[in-house]
Design a binder for this molecule. Structure first.
Ligand SMILES: *Cc1c(COP(=O)(O)O)cnc(C)c1O
Length: 387
């Protein structure tokens, strides 16, 4: 490869990028190919492709054991898992969510004619600010969805207290937090339930997939019924439902990728350490740190850029074929339909709007090429310093 510093320097002045392949955020993590092929042969021979097959059952057992929860109900994706969880908890009226999250958290409510009410975040953690949540409660509020953003634990205890005081249901969108721990306990057992995503861009993927995890036996049973049209047995429908089933081939990918999780997280941890070193001392830049009480999956390398330089840096990185992203810009409340439905929501979302203008998420994962971190740091130094 070319000298990185020179390449970055030149590309800003119009030379070709240093990386011939684009470096994406959320490039899929892939476990052992032969192992996936073995599972595929097995399921071909078995001719059991979906409907709670043996691989789905094995994946559910392994995940619930890994996370220390009683139940894991695997689904076709995280959004359907959220929708089913919301329905199973009988949420109605208004539900409080952060605006600073992936749009699916809000859409899963709107899709079911429930109003997402956007609360603000703590700028230090990017997670829900309990004081803002309190302000958003009305007589129509039935629940709160906390998000463990970037895999950092939401303020679970404070949110539980608010939920208990006000008779609200509490659940968590744990799409970012697979295998993350807080105070030695894996995330997944809080609130009434937590929802995982196994989308291709997440640290652990089943191509597409997701799950509801919970310690509540009755809720788990309801969620299982709703995942499969409400069927109990072949001929009896006992519940309204939809089709949220995970196919066997997805569960096979999950079993393969579970084996590789330590390698995925180790690669992320190493990249994060490299970023810490490479970005040290860059002016106007903050790399989000981790609370020492957490065991992160390091899937999201999040930096905040001051002085309105964020977009210039993103453009300069993209010119280098480094496809860094402005997650979750501009915030759910400024996307449709919410932007038109609640045009003034931003007035109460000061921190969300400010953080959304400053964040860049950088590429990581086992497929990050040699030299990428130092090339990225060079762009930050060259473009960021111009402020
Ligand atoms: C990825 C994601 C989802 C949706 O999961 P899918 O499996 O893609 O449907 C929901 N919430 C958050 C915070 C996410 O990042």
């Amino acid at each position: 490869m070319k000298d990185i510093r020179t390449a970055a320097d030149l590309a800003i002045n119009g030379a070709p990028p240093a990386f011939s392949e684009p470096l994406h955020v959320g490039r899929p993590n892939l476990g052992d190919r032969d192992s996936l092929l073995r599972y595929t042969t097995e399921l071909y021979d078995r001719r059991w492709l979906t409907n709670n097959g043996p691989l789905v059952q094995e994946l559910e057992a392994r995940i619930s054991q890994r996370l220390g929860v009683r139940h894991c109900v695997a689904m076709c994706n995280g959004t359907i898992a959220l929708e089913i969880a919301i329905r199973a908890l009988n949420l109605q009226g208004e539900v409080i969510v952060p605006s600073y999250t992936f749009i699916a958290t809000a859409h899963a409510l709107h899709w079911q004619a429930i109003t997402p009410v956007f609360a603000d975040i703590d700028p230090a953690t990017h997670n829900l600010d309990p004081a803002s949540v309190r302000k958003m409660i009305t007589p129509r509020t039935t629940g709160i969805i906390g998000v463990h953003l970037w895999g950092r634990p939401a303020p679970v205890a404070a949110l539980q207290e608010i939920a208990d005081e006000n008779g609200l249901q509490l659940l968590f969108d744990a799409a970012h937090a697979f295998d993350c721990a807080y105070q030695g306990r894996k995330i997944g057992g809080s609130g009434r339930c937590e929802v995982l995503s196994f989308h291709a861009t997440k640290v652990f993927n089943t191509f597409e997939g997701g799950a509801v995890v919970t310690n509540d036996d009755t809720l788990a049973e309801d969620v299982r019924l709703m995942r499969n049209f409400g069927f109990r047995g072949y001929d009896t429908v006992v519940h309204p439902g939809t089709n949220g089933k995970m196919p066997e081939i997805n569960a096979a990918m999950g079993l393969v990728n579970l084996e590789a999780m330590p390698a995925f997280v180790e690669a992320n941890r190493r990249n994060y350490g490299d970023y810490v070193t490479a970005l040290a001392g860059v002016r106007g830049l903050k790399l989000l740190e981790y609370d020492p009480a957490t065991d992160p999956n390091y899937q999201y390398v999040v930096v905040e850029v001051d002085g309105g330089r964020r977009d210039a840096i993103v453009s300069a990185l993209q010119a280098e074929n480094i496809l860094a992203r402005k997650y979750f810009w501009p915030g759910c409340h400024r996307m449709q339909p919410y932007r038109e439905l609640y045009p003034h929501a931003g007035l109460l979302l000061e921190q969300t709007e400010s953080v959304a203008e400053r964040v860049i998420v950088l590429p990581t994962g086992p497929a990050l090429p040699e030299g990428a971190v130092s090339a990225i740091a060079t762009v930050f130094r060259l473009v960021g310093a111009a402020a």
